[in-house]
Design a protein around this ligand. Structure first.
Ligand code: SF4
Ligand code: FES
Length: 238
């Protein structure tokens, strides 16, 4: 059995296991730490920084930082919330996210985070990039306009599907998700792949099923993102 590790989050003592990340240990204790590039079952990527927490006063990504005895973590505070809000707003303006026209609306983690943080309109100017859509595959399409470069599709394809369908190419503003062929139809991508379900936004979607669950009845339509984790939190005094 792994060794128990006691640490503090927002003034509450939490018990985790040696080797766990702050995000995982907090989650088991019912403390939600927002995340985008992290997905359970995939190796952590540490790229979106939405999971940033203060550890002993310093910013660190909770998905890649292991817990240690006596560490003091600040997760739910105005300064951490502001930092995350700024990151989320930057993601919105860096792509073309038009929620009202997007099939992923209500199931989109970026949109759900914006609601959770009370973001109505980003304070940064929209960049309106021009990005490629690839609808060549019979069952899946990629709309790079909505890609937030989280890398979940890359890791899911490699680590869970045993394929290499997706990869990053380019740098800085030119960085984008590419496929292992001229177009998605040239690859061995299948609609049953874990990668087809890994995207937190509407950048990789399955064709023909976009409105099987109607808008208004989707995962985040009536409960905030993270509420499933927070439901695990023991009631005060218990
Ligand atoms: S396509 Fe989706 S899963 Fe892949 S990097 Fe972009 S946002 Fe992430
Ligand atoms: S969830 Fe930790 S950096 Fe993205």
């Amino acid at each position: 059995m792994s060794q128990s590790v006691m640490f503090m989050i927002d003034g509450v003592q939490v018990e985790g296991r040696a080797g766990q990340s702050i995000l995982e240990a907090a989650g088991e204790a019912g403390v939600y730490i927002p995340r985008l590039c992290y997905k359970e079952g995939l190796s952590p990527h540490g790229s979106c920084r939405v999971c940033t927490v203060m550890v002993n006063g310093r910013p660190m990504s909770a998905c890649t930082s292991p817990i240690s005895l006596g560490m003091i973590v600040e997760n739910d505070s105005p300064r951490v919330a502001q930092l995350r809000r700024d990151l989320i707003e930057m993601l919105f303006v860096a792509g073309n996210h038009f929620c009202m026209f997007c099939e992923k609306s209500g199931d989109c983690e970026l949109q759900a985070l914006a609601y959770r943080f009370g973001i109505t309109a980003p304070k940064y100017p929209y960049m309106f990039p021009k990005r490629e859509v690839d609808a060549s595959h019979p069952d899946i399409f990629i709309d790079r306009n909505r890609c937030i470069l989280c890398g979940r599709c890359v890791r899911a394809s490699k680590e869970l599907d045993g394929k290499n369908v997706f990869q990053f190419v380019g740098r800085s503003a030119e960085k984008r998700i590419a496929v292992n062929g001229e177009a998605l139809a040239d690859t061995d991508a299948a609609v049953t792949d874990a990668a087809a379900d890994a995207c937190p936004v509407g950048a990789i979607l399955k064709k023909g099923v976009g409105y099987v669950v109607p808008v208004g009845k989707r995962e985040y339509d009536d409960k905030p993102i993270g509420s499933d984790i927070e439901a695990k939190r023991p009631a005060a005094g218990s």
